[in-house]
Ligand binder design. Structure first.
Ligand SMILES: [Mg+2]
Length: 343
């Protein structure tokens, strides 16, 4: 087994703003693992919010990949995760790069798509991905929402957390009367404001409200959940499977991400944990290349909601992934592995 790392800087199509700040480019790290004539690709999209940067991932990956090479078996992913846990502690994006590359490699060696190795069927009904519109003034967000609807995306996710949140949703609803609209406050609201906003947004047929209050405010989240007429999704409040019992009575949906859980293997564990607690599951992403989005797409048959538009927000992506049309990933077109290939 032979592993290598590449750092890639990815400009976004338009600057992307959420309540915490604006991004113009992101840095992802690609992991390539070769074994017996096959090549697996995975990626890390580190988030400073969760304590990682391109530098921390780049510093850690050689040690993680040494562990992979010494284990020497691309199918022994549990053993790899055990070893990574001793080497790395947190650092979920770094672990996700290794895990996703190993899953892609395993699928290629076995000649099967990864979703089939997970016991899933491409003919199951899979949710379409939302297309995320970054926070801006209501007119600009309505314009971007219209462009997304015209491009065929049936589900919009609006980033909120401004003085004009209700104007934003009203403006987008006017230009997209048929679209499914979900919103994400990224922790920006107080619990009282969140309850008021949820009541007001219900008039515009909003599907659900993601992370209304600060991740640390468990009591606030619970209050919003109890008083909101709209379903509540936990994102920053729910990072790994172990967080699920604590949020199970404070939300309807958890938003799981490979870059929070540390890859597909722990994401699957988190999905089944959430289901066992009666929660619906969304899989989301960072702004990230298809090298990791293709891996997340393998989970679609297990999901109630998908927000896997990371690559769609890039100006260009050096990797091809699972093809998307009208917001739907064509898993049936994946020949083997995750469906990732360098362009
Ligand atoms: Mg979110």
């Amino acid at each position: 087994m032979k592993a290598s790392i590449e750092r890639v800087e990815l400009p976004l199509e338009t600057p992307f703003t959420i309540s915490r700040g604006t991004k113009r480019t992101v840095e992802n790290l690609i992991v390539v693992i070769k074994h017996n004539g096959s090549t697996g690709y995975g990626a890390a999209a580190p988030a400073r919010y969760y304590g990682e940067t391109a530098d921390t991932v780049a510093a850690l990956l050689p040690e993680l990949l040494d562990a992979v090479e010494s284990i020497g078996d691309p199918h022994a992913r549990n053993q790899v995760h055990e070893r990574m846990a001793t080497v790395a502690g947190d650092n979920p994006a770094a672990k996700a790069a290794v895990d996703t590359a190993l899953w892609d490699l395993a699928g290629k060696l076995l000649g099967e798509p990864v979703y089939r190795l997970l016991g899933l069927s491409a003919s199951a009904s899979c949710p379409p991905t939302s297309y995320t519109v970054g926070l801006d003034d209501p007119e600009t967000m309505a314009e971007r929402a219209k462009a997304a609807v015209d491009a065929g995306y049936p589900v919009l996710k609006l980033k909120l957390g401004s003085e004009r949140d209700r104007d934003i949703v009203r403006s987008v609803r006017e230009i997209a009367p048929e679209a499914t609209i979900r919103v994400d406050a990224n922790e920006a609201w107080t619990p009282s404001a969140a309850v008021r906003n949820c009541k007001a947004l219900a008039d515009y047929g909003v599907e659900f409200v993601e992370q209304p209050v600060a991740a640390g405010n468990a009591e606030g989240l619970r209050r919003v959940y109890e008083q909101s007429p709209l379903p509540i999704a936990a994102d920053e409040s729910c990072v790994v499977a172990g967080d699920i019992p604590a949020v199970a009575d404070s939300c309807d949906i958890v938003n799981l991400k490979l870059m929070k859980t540390g890859g597909l293997t722990p994401a699957v564990e988190a999905i089944y944990t959430a289901r066992a607690h009666g929660l619906d599951v969304m899989c989301g992403c960072m702004v990230e290349t298809n090298a990791s989005i293709a891996a997340a797409a393998q989970l679609l048959p297990l999901l109630s909601y998908a927000d896997l538009d990371g690559s769609l927000l890039l100006d260009s992506d050096p990797y091809e992934g699972v093809s998307v049309s009208d917001g739907r990933f064509d898993l049936g077109a994946v020949d083997c592995g995750t469906g990732v290939a360098p362009r």
